[in-house]
Write a protein that binds this ligand. Structure first.
Ligand code: HEC
Length: 285
């Protein structure tokens, strides 16, 4: 992580958290997903009236015009262009049986990622886009990729996800089993974990828009729309790898990338970004 735990940072942040009297309303355990999303939008728009909802996809950049203009010039000529070319080649290269990834998905894989993750009633599990990629590989006689491997699964998704750029996030939570997977993700998000006693919400709800040490904190709404990211020049980080990075930073034991806990968390996260446009493979500090 690019930030270090320091007393000053912790104190400022705790002040912000204590000031957030709306916290209980935001995290009400019996709220529906639609209410959760609306409560958060209301909370953020009251706190940051000048930032329109569609800017939340830029995360912390939305609070920092200088960083935003730096982002725009980097995105004109991304330093990770070569990686994206290689990723496209991975996607286009046929399996040994002659079929391609495109054959596994509707519309050849275009405009589909906004429907992931979805809840599959038959397996009673959240299915991420990465799981669908592995299912495609296995169905075509190829070994599954490891979910945490940035050089295979991560890189492939840097192109595969970009085929859905512009699609709006469209996550559905239908039925009791789907609801309980969503609720587990939500519970994880609001649970105080790790040696510092923080929850994800401490920083990405109550702390959003504040500085934590030198870093501006992004709001949870919009955080699921733009993965993987390239940090610095060329370091590819997937959404779940970022979950693990933040868990480590708050000195909590991270969960397995691709495991049930982070899949449920991603389900909750993605629902909160419903209606916002996807844009894969963007620059982040
Ligand atoms: C102590 C504060 C802190 C806590 C607690 C924390 N994070 Fe973060 N997180 C950060 C910082 C700092 C960044 C980088 C700046 C930013 O984008 O918000 C970040 C970035 C992120 C991002 C990437 C945002 C983007 O657009 O690139 C995600 C996703 C994320 N955190 C998820 C989580 C999750 C899930 C948890 C709980 C397991 C969590 N964070 C807990 C500080 C925190």
């Amino acid at each position: 992580m690019a930030f270090k735990i320091r007393d000053g940072g912790v104190k400022n942040l705790l002040a912000a958290i204590t000031a957030a009297s709306l916290c209980l309303v935001i995290s009400a355990a019996d709220a529906t997903p639609a209410q959760d999303r609306q409560n958060l939008i209301n909370y953020f728009s009251a706190k940051f009236p000048s930032i329109p909802l569609d800017k939340y996809v830029y995360g912390a950049l939305a609070f920092d015009p200088d960083a935003m203009s730096q982002y725009n010039s980097i995105m004109d000529f991304p330093p990770f262009g070569t990686t994206l070319d290689e990723a496209k080649q991975m996607w286009d290269t046929p399996f040994k049986n002659g079929k391609t990834y495109a054959s596994c998905f509707p519309r050849g894989g275009k405009n589909i990622v906004g429907d992931y993750p979805y809840f599959d009633d038959q397996s009673a599990k959240v299915v991420t886009f990465e799981m669908a990629i592995n299912a495609c590989r296995v169905a075509n006689g190829e070994p599954a990729y490891r979910y945490g491997d940035a050089t295979t699964m991560g890189k492939l998704t840097a192109y595969a996800r970009s085929l859905s750029d512009g699609m709006l996030m469209n996550i559905k939570v239908n039925g009791a089993a789907a609801q309980s997977a969503y609720d587990l993700g939500k519970k994880l998000f609001y649970a105080r974990r790790g040696q510092l006693g923080f929850s994800c919400a401490s920083c990405h709800v109550m702390g959003a828009g504040e500085r934590y040490r030198s870093e501006l904190l992004s709001p949870v709404i919009g955080q699921a729309t733009h993965w993987p990211v390239f940090r610095g020049a060329d370091s590819l980080v997937t959404l779940q790898a970022r979950f693990a990075g933040c868990d480590k930073a708050l000195r909590a034991q991270p969960f397995a990338i691709g495991g049930t806990e982070y899949n449920n968390l991603e389900y909750f996260y993605s629902y909160l970004s419903n209606g916002l446009p996807l844009h894969a493979s963007v620059f982040r500090k």
